[in-house]
Write a protein that binds this ligand. Structure first.
Ligand code: NAD
Ligand code: ZN
Length: 356
């Protein structure tokens, strides 16, 4: 088992990564069981795949365990579902000692984490991510939240879990498009922080059916953990994790959430950001070409019909939410991300030609 420590003083925690880990969860958590209630927050399909089995193993080891399900999709990240989960916990007689197990992708992790951060002013929780995106990104770093009519993730908190338990073997049941979406974030880590990792990913992608997920997830988690320990509240370094996300978020908003996956939008956004980095003289043409070659190994959605003006309006909206300054993430080299305030709206609009 690979254990990565996310160092945050008193709030430090371990990220465990190992194929087959799911079966070991009762023994890993045994020390933390003091007779309190354990609530698995998940989705019904995931309960059938992994949750009911996990629950019966936990019960066998003396855990008092129950579960709550959320709907599928972004609809679960709503005020309604959030308060429904809280009410169910009250009904189940949960109290301040209750521990939540968030079993699912980013949607489950974001809602369950937010429930944990606010139920009776905050209770303990663990992340058990089941999508590639959640394993390498959303389960680590403590960002939790829900959406409101005015926009995505506008209500939430930074609230760290007690631990993250990752079993890459369960990716086997994940639909191919979800895997590709997660690979978008994996490539991002190589691009901003580790060129050797990026080159490995490139080689691994030549035979995607034997992609070494365990290795890739471990390295991605190390990079995310390092960045979060250095900058938990996104004052500086953590901004680099937004590489590909300025255009990516705008594509998601323009096409409508659910029409393009987050990681797919990020993959396209990284192509735009690579082009911008080259135009500004940060990234050499050769390096930008290899970045594109890697991204093009994946099947990407067709976005030829997106309207550049609409994309720009979403970029502007995003900027407004972020104090009016656009910290655009560029690459100084492959494996070396940086932020720049020099990126104009015209440049962003022109960059769309590389994906349209
Ligand atoms: N908190 C953060 O730091 C952070 C970071 C990035 C993204 N996010 C959020 O994450 C969300 C997206 O998460 P996601 O991409 O994991 O999508 P998701 O949670 O919607 O999961 C995708 C689908 O796959 C199914 N699924 C999950 N694991 C499975 C498995 N092992 N086998 C079969 N099916 C499985 C789910 O039931 C769901 O239908 C967005 O809401 C985004 O805002 C949060
Ligand atoms: Zn992302």
């Amino acid at each position: 088992m690979k254990t990565i420590e996310l160092k945050l003083g008193e709030r430090s925690y371990d990220i465990h990564v190992e194929s087959g880990l799911l079966k070991k969860i009762p023994s890993i958590l045994a020390d933390q069981n003091h007779g309190q209630k354990w609530i698995i927050i998940s989705q019904y399909n995931l309960m059938e795949l992994f949750g009911f089995d996990l629950m019966s193993k936990l019960k066998k080891e003396g855990f008092e365990c129950d579960y709550i399900t959320l709907p599928i999709g972004e609809a679960a990240k709503s005020m309604n579902e959030f308060s429904r989960a809280i009410s169910q916990m009250i009904e189940m007689k949960c109290d301040r000692s209750t521990t939540i197990l968030a079993l699912g992708g980013g949607v489950v992790g974001d809602v369950a984490g937010f429930v944990a951060s606010s139920f009776m002013r905050g209770i303990e929780y663990y992340q058990i991510p089941t999508t590639l995106l959640a394993m390498v990104d959303s389960s680590i770093g403590g960002k939790t939240g829900i959406n409101i009519a005015e926009g995505k993730n506008l209500v939430g908190s930074i609230y760290q879990p007690q631990g993250v338990l990752i079993d890459p073997a369960i990716l086997e049941s994940l639909p191919r498009e979800e895997v590709i979406s997660g690979l978008g974030e994996v490539i991002k880590y190589g691009a901003i922080r580790d060129v050797e990792f990026l080159n490995n990913i490139s080689e691994w992608l030549d035979d995607i059916d034997s992609f070494p997920f365990e290795k890739a997830v471990q390295r991605a988690c190390e990079i995310k953990a390092e960045i979060v320990s250095l900058d938990e509240r996104e004052d500086g370094l953590r901004k680099l994790l937004n590489f590909g996300h300025t255009v990516g978020h705008a594509l998601e908003a323009h096409l409508g959430f659910g029409r393009i996956r987050h990681g797919e939008a990020v993959l396209l956004g990284m192509k735009c950001a690579g082009w911008i980095s080259e135009q500004l003289g940060f990234l050499s043409p050769l390096e930008n070409k290899s970045l594109n070659k890697i991204i093009d190994k994946l099947t990407l959605p067709n976005v030829s019909k997106v309207d550049p003006n609409t994309i720009l309006s979403f970029v502007k909206k995003d900027k407004k939410v972020r104090n009016g300054i656009l910290h655009f993430v560029v690459l100084d080299a492959l494996g070396k991300g940086n932020t720049s305030e020099l990126v104009s709206e015209t440049l962003i609009m022109n960059s769309l030609k590389v994906i349209r």
